[in-house]
Design a protein around this ligand. Structure first.
Ligand code: ATP
Ligand code: MG
Length: 145
């Protein structure tokens, strides 16, 4: 199974790209797709369309389009199928960096909820919707055991 993470502009600016990718690699999770891209407003709105109308929505879109982000498709086949998304979300930590446990990406590096440093698909359905927004099928790799 594949899932998407986005290393958001604030993390890219702060030089945290390698550190964040390392956290997943250390769990044996492999990289299936990787690119750096400066999101257009339309793309950010499509990604976060479920939050349209929220008080934080405009700042979220502004934050996502301010600078380039790094897009990573993770191949979670090494993990238990049922818990893959949950483990990825656990590595990331709570949405609010103040609540996120130390040892998680947001707990260790996050500063503010409205400038979150990382996005991750929150379900299999979200992953299936979000990956094709940023990657063509032929841009994704598969691994042989
Ligand atoms: P993401 O979807 O980015 O992985 P998440 O699933 O943990 O984060 P969501 O509820 O989907 O959290 O929120 C999406 C993004 O919207 C968050 O990453 C954060 O930047 C912003 N956000 C969410 N809730 C708030 C809030 N209460 N105040 C400010 N910003 C918020
Ligand atoms: Mg979310």
């Amino acid at each position: 199974m594949k899932t998407l993470i986005i290393i958001r502009p604030d993390a890219v600016i702060r030089g945290l790209v390698g550190e964040i990718i390392t956290r997943f690699e250390k769990h044996g999770i492999r990289i299936a797709g990787l690119k750096i891209m400066h999101l257009a407003r339309k793309q950010a709105e499509e990604l976060y369309k479920q939050h349209k109308g929220q008080p934080f929505y405009d700042r979220l879109i502004q934050n996502m389009t301010a600078n380039p982000s790094v897009f990573v498709v993770l191949d979670t086949d090494v993990l238990d199928r049922e818990s893959a998304i949950a483990l990825v979300r656990k590595i990331i930590g709570d949405t609010d960096p103040a609540k996120a446990e130390m040892g998680t990406i947001r707990g260790d590096f996050g500063l503010r909820i409205d400038q979150n440093i990382i996005h991750a698909s929150d379900s299999r359905e979200s992953a299936e919707r979000e990956i094709p927004l940023f990657f063509k099928k032929e841009e994704l790799q598969t691994y042989k055991e």
